[in-house]
Structures are given as structure tokens and as C-alpha cells.
Design a protein around this ligand. Sequence first.
Ligand SMILES: *Cc1c(COP(=O)(O)O)cnc(C)c1O
Length: 371
Amino acid sequence: MTDLQQRAAEVAHIRRRHLAKGDPVPPPLTMAAMFHLPGEPGNFHQYGRSENPTWEAVEEMLSHLEDAEAVAFPSGMAAISAVLFGLLRAGDRVLLPSDAYYTPRVLAERFLKSFGVTTDLRPTASFMEGGFDGYRLVYVETPSNPGLDLCDLSAVTSAAHEAGALVVADNTTMTPYGQRPLEFRVDVVVSADTKAPNGHSDTLFGHVASNDPTIVAAVREWRKLSGSIPGPFEAWLVHRGLETLDVRFDRMCRTAETIAPRLSAHPAVRNIRFPGLPTDASHDLARTQMKRFGFLIGLTLASESAAERFINECALIQPATSFGGVHTSAERRARWGDAVAPGFVRLSVGCEPTEELWKALETALDGADQD
Ligand SMILES: *Cc1c(COP(=O)(O)O)cnc(C)c1O
């Protein structure tokens, strides 16, 4: 934790080393397709699809947080696509979680398959079962979104590396402050910075981080050749968001830890998933591999209508898909066809003062049960 706190302390000072007297303290927003480039191109900024100083500012910050080289993308899915399309070849087999964020599964089915890449699915909670023989790439998401099951990162990387597979971890739900998959020898981390890292629900963004120079080079080349590049303004917003990630994430996780036991004791709540609860199936593993327990809570209420009432009538819940904003938000995941109960609600705890938020949630839960 000390090393991580040191990183958090340094994050807003990283730019200082580049500054000359009179320079602006925040990074300038560089909107440029062209750079002044007479004669031999050399090692200068050349063209807006290849390089941009504002991307470099946010990548320096992300690399500092990840303690690995980070490459920025215009969304979480763009980062995930860069890993899949940049690293896989025809004939490769991939293992994806059956219960994690659904878009990578759809992408694999709709596009990777036709390029000769086969995909298998396995639930996060039993991810080790069946081993990893024959896979080129094993992809984990822990805690899984939305069910909040965990898999053992250390056990997965050991077995997958033994079988010759690369391990990719989607760390979106935890951020680099909450969980550090690279420390468990995961080869590549992908993240949707759209969520808590940007934190203000106003932009999409993503990144890939790895200590393997071949992997970093492949995703950088994919970005340049495919044109899947972040906008400079989005990079600037995420840079600003990252300066407060530590404070926001700390408040969100702390509040989640305070309210989870109270939610669990409320009669309207039929089931609860939160890795921080000692009664949760994932708690022991969470204690060994996560720095924090996160800010997502899975609640099952009696019915679809009870869940809708809770979400829509609570004064401090923003009914919305996505998560990780400064405002608490929630949604009923069954509306998208996720394999969860009709009354299952994914609650994303925001930065509101804890006791005020609890009062609003409790009032809404009291009302939700009035069938
Ligand atoms: C949101 C999300 C993504 C995709 O991110 P976008 O920025 O929407 O493309 C990927 N993985 C997880 C776990 C997510 O929650």
C-alpha cells in the first residue's frame, strides 16, 4: 500500500519534470492533425494519427499508475480490440469469461470467428476448471461485471503460462488503485477509463498496460494503422480526472464498505454480492488479491418492479447504464439480457456523503418492497 500511496501522491506532480519557467502547470490541449516538419521527419511529432502531446501526458500518468507502459485508446472496447486484433492470428483459441462484460464476447463471435480465431466461454467463479491447454490467450475479468464473482489471478497466470497462453485482465471494475493484476504476472491489463478513472460520465476512454515491449509495440501499431485513436480533448479530460481518482475511489470504496452490511440487513434485499462482506463467497480471495473491495454492489430485490422502483425513485440514484461516476448510479442488468435475476440491481456507489446516501437508499428500499 505504501508504494501505491507514493504513486497517488506523485500523480499530480508528474508533469513538473517537463516544465520550463512560465509554462502552464496543466497540460495544454493540443488539437493538431499536422505538426511543423520540414526536411527529414526524424523522431518528432509527425501526424495526428501517430502521435499527440496530450495523449503523451495522459499516457505518462496512466503508466505511472500502472507501473507499466500504457497506451491510450478512445474507449475501453478500442483498448480490448487492440489487444485481440493486435495479438491473435488465424488458428488461435481464446478463453473468455461467460459472465463478464458482454461486448468482448459479441466481438469475438461476430468478427474474430470469421478470421479463424475460436472462442470458448467459462464462468469466472470456476475459471480454473478445465485448465488452459491449447489456448493462445486467456482473458479474465475479476470481479466480473455484473455478477461480482472473482477468479484467482495468481493461479490463473501460473496455469495459463504453463500452457503457453498469454493472460489479459480487464481491470475496469477496480482501477490501478484497487487491484494490480500485473503484480500477479498477468501479461496485459485493459481498462475502460470511461468509468471511475475519468469519473465524470462525460467521455469514453480506455488503455492497455503491459511490461512486455512486444505487446506494447503491437497495440501501438494496431492503434496507428487501424486509426483507433483517442481525441486530444478526451485525453485532456481523462488526465484531469486521474488527478482526483485516488480521492474519489477512496470515498466510493469506503462508502460501499459502510453501506454493504446495512443493505445486507435490509428486509427488501434478498441477496447481496460485495467482495468486502465477510459472508461473500469471494471474500477470502478478495482479501488476498485486491487492495480495496471496489464500489460496485450487486443487490437482488424481490422482483423486476421492486428493483425498478428502487432505482427510479431514489433521489440519489442516477438510473443509467455504465458505472464509476461521482454520482451513485444503478441499473437492472436483466434489461440487457445478462444472466441475472429480474430483480438484480448493479449499484455503483458514488462520491456523495455516506450517511446522506444511505438515508436515500434506505428510504427507497423501504418503498421498493411495497408490492
Ligand atoms: C464499460 C466496460 C468496458 C467497455 O468500455 P467502453 O469505454 O464502453 O468501450 C469494458 N470492460 C468493462 C468491465 C466495462 O465495464
